[in-house]
Ligand binder design. Sequence first.
Ligand code: OOB
Length: 540
Amino acid sequence: MTSPSTASSTHRDGFVPFPADIAETYRAAGYWRGQALGDLLRDTAQRHPDRPALHDADGTRSYAWLDAEADRMAYGLLALGIAPGDRVVVQLPNVPEFLTVLFGLLRAGIIPVLTLPAHRRVEIEHLTALSTAVAYICADRLGDFDYRELATTVQEAVPSLRHVLVLGDHGSGTDLNSIPREEGSLPAIDPSDIALMLVSGGTTGLPKLIARTHDDYAYNATASAAVCSLTEDDVYLATLPAAHNFPLACPGILGTVSAGGAVAFVTDPSPENAFAAIERHRVTVTAVVPPLAQLWCAATEWEEADLSSLRLLQVGGAKLAEVNAREVTPALGATLQQVFGMAEGLLNYTRLDDPVDLLHTTQGLALSPADEVRVVDANGDDVAPGAEGELLTKGPYTIRGYYRAPEHNARAFTPDGYYRSGDLVRRLPSGHLVVSGRIKDVINRGGENVSCDELEEHLLAHPAVRHAAAVGLPDATLGERVCAVLVVEDTMPTLAEIKTFLTDRGLATYKLPDVLRQAGALPVTAVGKIDKKALRATTS
Ligand code: OOB
């Protein structure tokens, strides 16, 4: 079968490359090594074919096995008529096949659009149409959700979508495991070309596509592996959805493969299930979001699994409150690493040998000496050292524009190529960043700005409070009132008690909540961060 013309949508249409002169400096400095992502696996398999690459329910698979499986997957996908440069939407849970599908696509030069299991019709339809994807790879179902039904709906709405490949019971789609995989040839990969697409965290509107090149993403993964001192003795557990940048490449799955360690997966990150996987596979490193870190720490009180293999717990994706940061090592026995990153690129890590004070109170230091970080005021001018401002960044693994989004790019990037993160930070003399909130996540109470992050941090310090989120409620006189939504351990504190507690901590009067709401749980995003947008929409 030959691939129909994708004439009006070749994969580089709408891609914003690094400027050629800057790309040259990244190559000359050795950040970009001209390596295709699929070769991270090839190189490790050649170095030590017999070492474990994957631990799953059936036992352990070697690097030689994974390398051969990835090739077979690549041959099979190409034989279906999917061509190098085509986009394929991947929506898989954390199963071992994620590895063979990912590396198969990368080696075939086919571009995976990495969506999360929690995405639904609105996101998948949008991302499929935007990328003019020709195929959708999914599992049959997860929990009570049927991805085959989603596939049918998306196929009706998006004409470019020709193939539905299903892992498991394939229904009206094609069985991913039975596509023919006779040996064929693999295309030459241009390392400056798009390797894969990530989906933006999307605080406003629909998610955007983030095209990452082989060069930049290989650097992202290998430099991250170095910062975490990953070796072939490490076992990385993919706890967060594997398609998210954090577990994928920070250093995550790709960093672990480049270092020659083994990878294991859990679909259910509950303490009971994840702890059993840690014990069973002797997991050394994993990454979680703050609400999950809190849950794991609390669960060590009643779960009895042996977690002694765990040497590093990475926490990021949202601000980890200092009270919660302090709990990690005593509860789990692992070193804490705070990670402040974004799918657009820039990663900040606390270093393994940082003083505990920095581990507990900062969100880390930029990964690369070539990362350029500016902290600016509303006029775009650099703030005084240590003052709060918006983080702008560019560097060897930060995109220069979203894929097929020229209008948005004109706002989200400065004319000289910095990404405007929308994050408010302070930079310490050591270079470590402290995240103080999002530009838009403030409540305007009668003209006074209340940072939701700051208020949440104080609320979390209350012994009765497990999770907290601050949102603004419309108010006729003040414009907005401050509402604190709390998930509590046991008894709900009264508004008066909370106000006294916060006042005793020295918080200004105008920042005190006007209203308290109790919730059984807070809504979360596809990767498990507290979803403020959804909370704002449902709180009254
Ligand atoms: C990670 O990536 P995204 O793209 O899902 O979200 C990025 C945004 C950041 O701009 C920031 O607003 C927030 O998530 N964020 C944090 C944070 N880490 C991310 N806010 C405060 N403290 C942190 N430690 O979330 C991501 C990507 C790679 C590694 C880690 C996280």
